[in-house]
Every structure is written in structure tokens, then in C-alpha cells.
Write a protein of this length. Structure first.
Length: 132
């Protein structure tokens, strides 16, 4: 799926709106890896398609964790404040996503919405407790 993910990202970066249906179709399979769904969600969100938010949310809340860190990074990079509740839940649990990536995403989102601040504080507190 690496090349497919790169292609979706490139299409989104170029603003190729005609690609939205193909990207959404690729992610709609029940058997699509979570990482592919997260990448498709990021690409669709960049292209202004509301299915992107749905796919990113699915990746963040999926039972399996593959692709979750990608979705966390995308949420922060794209400034998707609608996903702050899901990111907040991840900040309260261990082994859910790469903690450094989660912290960076929340730091970016705090600039757009103060609603991310409690999760960022919770994550910092957990980090301090783990260091002790």
C-alpha cells in the first residue's frame, strides 16, 4: 500500500478533486488496511471531501492500531479540530499511538482550538509520571 498512499497524498497535494471518488473507493473496502483508510482520509480531507473526516475518525477509533499514528499526525498537520475528542481519548490511554506524534498533533491543534489544551496537559502529566 506504500505506493498507493504516496499517490493519494500527491493527488491531494496537487488538488486533483477528480480523484476523490477513486480515493474513497480504495478506502471503502472492509478489508482495506487501517493505514490505507487513514491515508485516504487525510487525502480526502485535504481535497475538501467530508468523507475524509469520517475515515480519519475510523482510523483513530479502530480496534487495531495500525494506521492510528498516521491518522494522529494527519489530524495535527491538517488542523482537524473536529478530531480533538478522539485525540483526547488517546492521550488518556497508553499504547494507543506514538506519544510524541500525539503531543505534536495536539500542540498544533491548540493553536486552532483551546479544546486541545486539556488533552495536551494530560499527555504531559502521563509523560512526567512515566519519567519518575
Amino acid at each position: 500500500p506504500g505506493l498507493v498512499i504516496e499517490a493519494m497524498d500527491a493527488l491531494a497535494a496537487l488538488g486533483v478533486r477528480d480523484a476523490t471518488e477513486a480515493i474513497a473507493r480504495r478506502a471503502s473496502s472492509v478489508f482495506a488496511p487501517i493505514l490505507l483508510k487513514a491515508a485516504a482520509g487525510a487525502a480526502l480531507h485535504r481535497l475538501g471531501d467530508p468523507r475524509g473526516l469520517v475515515l480519519l475518525r475510523q482510523a483513530l477509533t479502530a480496534w487495531r492500531g495500525d494506521g492510528r499514528t498516521f491518522a494522529v499526525e494527519a489530524a495535527g498537520a491538517l488542523g482537524v479540530v473536529e478530531l480533538i475528542p478522539e485525540l483526547s481519548r488517546l492521550a488518556g490511554r497508553s499504547a494507543t499511538a506514538d506519544q510524541a506524534t500525539l503531543a505534536r498533533a495536539l500542540e498544533r491543534l491548540v493553536q486552532r482550538s483551546p479544546a486541545a489544551l486539556p488533552a495536551l496537559r494530560k499527555l504531559a502529566q502521563r509523560s512526567d509520571e512515566a519519567a519518575e
